[in-house]
Design a protein around this ligand. Structure first.
Ligand SMILES: [Fe+2]
Length: 310
């Protein structure tokens, strides 16, 4: 199906593959203790069929059975706010609310680089603007700090902020990094947990990923903007705890890197290859469904049905 076919045919699910069952056909369906969706990198824009693409994804999530208990939006829900003023950004923030309104379950947001107002490298934004930086997104969607945690169904969920401003002049206006204050907060948060509590971490830039192997010819110059540059520090803090999954975004690839009992899942992108087919020709637009038992997390990546070719 091409994008033109999709737009011409509306958002019916005909022509789109059926949902992957929790258990293979013929076996008794197993109801998870908790189910949630991790949808990341929406990159909402006002062209290229993005509105239809988000609506298609939302409709697919609504058709899941069992229905998710909540959603985690993994960052880059908006697009290009770094190069905009807060007045301009208001259109994206308002539109994001409208497009995701049909999702009736609670939504927990993680901040991504595209959700940050005015950090653009051209210096045109006004840092005295009261909504400069992460504030506009945080006020509207996070209702609190950019890193926080919550408990649900006997599990502990930690939402982290991996986007920091560059400390020195840099070709990019941000770095993927966990700042020292946040690392201290994390240590304190983990220390409050009852031993054995299973943990899920959600973060925009990956802690662990094979992205550079796929995209780059060399490891000589790691890019501080793609993977968390002080990932080792974060990993060392998490290591003593039963972290079952780290949910990641930013690279738009679909992968699951199992290390030390933890699945490092990158959930592709709702926009696929920025609304132009599949990422690297293999990772379609879609979202992750995570099913939890008492101690285990099962992952599926479900294509939204957005055309895989541009
Ligand atoms: Fe990103």
């Amino acid at each position: 199906m091409t994008r033109r076919d999709l737009l011409a045919g509306g958002l019916g699910l005909a022509g789109v593959s059926l949902l992957t069952p929790v258990k293979p056909e013929g076996e008794e369906a197993q109801v998870p203790k908790l189910r949630f969706v991790h949808m990341t990198d929406l990159h909402i824009r006002f062209q290229d069929g993005a509105q239809e693409g988000v609506a298609l994804c939302v409709k697919r999530i609504h058709s899941l059975n069992p229905r998710p208990d909540f959603i985690i939006v993994g960052g880059d829900a908006c697009e290009g706010l770094m190069g905009r003023t807060s007045a301009e950004s208001e259109r994206w923030l308002k539109t994001l609310s409208e497009w995701l309104k049909p999702l009736e379950m609670p939504i927990h947001y993680v901040v991504g680089n595209h959700d940050i107002v005015g950090w653009g490298k051209d210096g045109s934004s006004d840092a005295t603007d009261p909504h400069f930086g992460k504030k506009a997104f945080a006020d509207r969607f996070l209702k609190g700090p950019t890193y926080r945690s919550f408990n649900r169904g006997g599990w502990h969920f930690i939402l982290m902020d991996s986007i920091q401003g560059p400390a020195t002049p840099d070709p990019w206006p941000y770095r993927s990094q966990i700042d020292p204050g946040q690392l201290e907060w994390l240590k304190g948060d983990l220390a409050t947990l009852k031993p054995g509590t299973p943990i899920v971490v959600a973060v925009h830039s990956p802690l662990m990923s094979g992205y550079h192997t796929i995209n780059d010819g060399t490891y000589e110059k790691p890019q501080a903007r793609m993977l968390i540059e002080n990932g080792k520090q974060l990993h060392e803090i998490l290591k003593p705890y039963p972290v079952k999954a780290v949910l990641q975004g930013h690279t738009h690839i679909r992968e699951n890197l199992l290390y030390n009992g933890c699945q490092h899942i990158t959930s592709g992108a709702v926009c696929g290859n920025w609304w132009n087919g599949s990422r690297f020709g293999v990772d379609p637009a879609g979202y992750s469904v995570c099913d939890l038992s008492d101690q285990d997390l099962t992952w599926q990546y479900l294509p939204s049905g957005w055309p895989t070719t541009g």
